[in-house]
Write a protein that binds this ligand. Structure first.
Ligand code: GCO
Ligand code: MG
Length: 413
């Protein structure tokens, strides 16, 4: 059998998603996630205009060979657009292979290594009182790991702090449309001051430990905003509060920056949601500069590439912490869950529930239960796109914000 049809859908049930559909000559359909938040149409064009015709007639079972072909064929390598496009094809082919075998995908990746995947959720609040309420609600619901982000006195809206009303079911989407819900024309601008952040945050972790005790796994995302020496000081200051991880403390394109942080602190480090190949991690892994790999299957070349990356990490005792915000579609989330269930070195899975409209468009069979996720036992990835429902939500341009320091200098967001 061969690949007969390659289609790309762009839908926007509250936020944009790019989904690839591959259909084989005997009618088996596979789905892949190609969503790149704020740059969705670039990947859609890459798939439609450059890659689709090269797939027609290929043997759908040759997943590794197709991956190598797509990685080498453009001559230009790596980058988020290329690797998201390759990821979508790879996911769709794994989906097809597992559907043909009549098994959930994790069975082809080695079978289950655990009963379910521990997840961490996002809690935030503009001040400590609202953060505490958000964390308490999750703890009461059985969650064992919470990422905490909070407002910093003297700063306005910053990364990771939900703008929706407290208690809202779906509250967090950093990519912004225009105020009236139509397409945005440019990114919103936020203001940032690392000095204020460094002096405020350790006290927040201290209060969380007093209020919630030592069992709760607490995570925090620095979102690339510290210099190496600032990150080293921060990781050292928060060491007594025993974080599960500190994420993206530096931009880390300069992998050796993490040597400075490691030199001063034992706070576990997670990095990599903006990376897209194993080469971005080469020094980080071989020098054991991180504890968790944050890449998404969607942005790192798919299941084939992510499995190699995590097998490489396993040799150095480094675990998975795959990216799972709502800009990973349910198809991409399912791919992470099947891989996570099968891997021995699974660490934790990020989980932000998608809104109701998204779950009308994507029919999922993964299951969430009191702080744990399971990919489900439907054949393949277990997620199907309802194309008619998807067509009802037109693409609406949205941008991630940018950050400026208080004196107006551009900074990492
Ligand atoms: C996370 C991430 C996200 C990103 C988002 C950008 O840890 O989940 O930092 O919140 O900001 O994926 O599109
Ligand atoms: Mg992050």
């Amino acid at each position: 059998m061969t690949i007969e049809l390659v289609d790309v859908s762009v839908t926007s049930p509250g936020r944009n998603f790019v989904t690839l559909k591959i259909t084989t000559s005997d009618g088996v359909v596979g789905w892949g996630d190609a969503t790149l938040n704020g740059r969705e149409l670039s990947v859609a064009s890459y798939l439609r205009d450059h890659l689709a015709s090269t797939l027609i007639g290929r043997d759908e079972d040759r997943i590794e060979d197709t991956w190598q072909y797509l990685y080498r064929a453009p001559y230009w390598r790596r980058g988020p657009v290329t690797m998201a496009a390759i990821a979508a094809v790879d996911m769709a082919l794994w989906d097809i292979k597992a559907k043909k075998a009549g098994v959930p995908l994790y069975q082809l990746l080695g079978g289950a290594s655990r009963d379910a995947l521990r997840v961490y959720v996002h809690a935030s609040g503009a001040d400590y009182a609202s953060l505490k309420d958000a964390v308490a609600a999750y703890v009461d619901s059985g969650v064992t790991a919470v990422r905490v982000q909070t407002g910093i006195p003297g700063l306005g809206q910053i990364y990771g702090v939900a703008t929706a009303k407290p208690g809202a079911k779906y509250d967090y989407e950093p990519a912004k449309r225009a105020a009236d819900g139509s397409s945005a024309t440019r990114p919103a601008e936020e203001a940032w001051d690392t000095r204020k952040y460094l002096s405020h945050m350790p006290g927040v972790f201290g209060r969380l430990r007093e209020d919630f005790g030592t069992d709760l796994r607490i995570l925090h995302d620095g979102h690339h905003r510290m210099s190496p020496i600032e990150a080293a000081r921060f990781a050292k200051d928060i060491e007594p509060y025993d974080l599960f991880w500190l994420e993206d403390c530096t931009p880390a394109e300069d992998q050796t920056a993490l040597r400075t942080v490691r030199q001063y602190s034992t706070t576990p480090l997670a990095i990599g949601e903006v990376f897209n190949t194993v080469y971005d991690y080469q020094t980080l892994i071989t020098e054991r500069l991180i504890d968790y790999v944050r890449s998404a299957v969607t942005h790192t070349g798919g299941i084939t590439a992510m499995k190699k990356l995590l097998d490489f990490a396993a040799i150095y005792g480094i675990k998975s912490g795959m990216h799972g915000p709502t800009d990973i579609s349910p198809v991409g989330m399912a791919a992470a869950l099947h891989l996570g269930l099968a891997l021995h070195n699974f660490g934790i899975q990020e989980y932000m529930p998608h809104n109701d409209a998204t779950l009308e468009v994507f029919r999922t069979s993964y299951r969430y239960d009191r702080g744990f996720l399971h990919p489900g036992d439907a054949p393949g990835l277990g997620v199907e796109l309802d194309e008619a429902a998807a067509d009802a939500f037109e693409y609406t341009k949205a941008y991630l914000p940018v950050n400026r320091l208080l004196d107006g200098t551009m900074h990492d967001w």
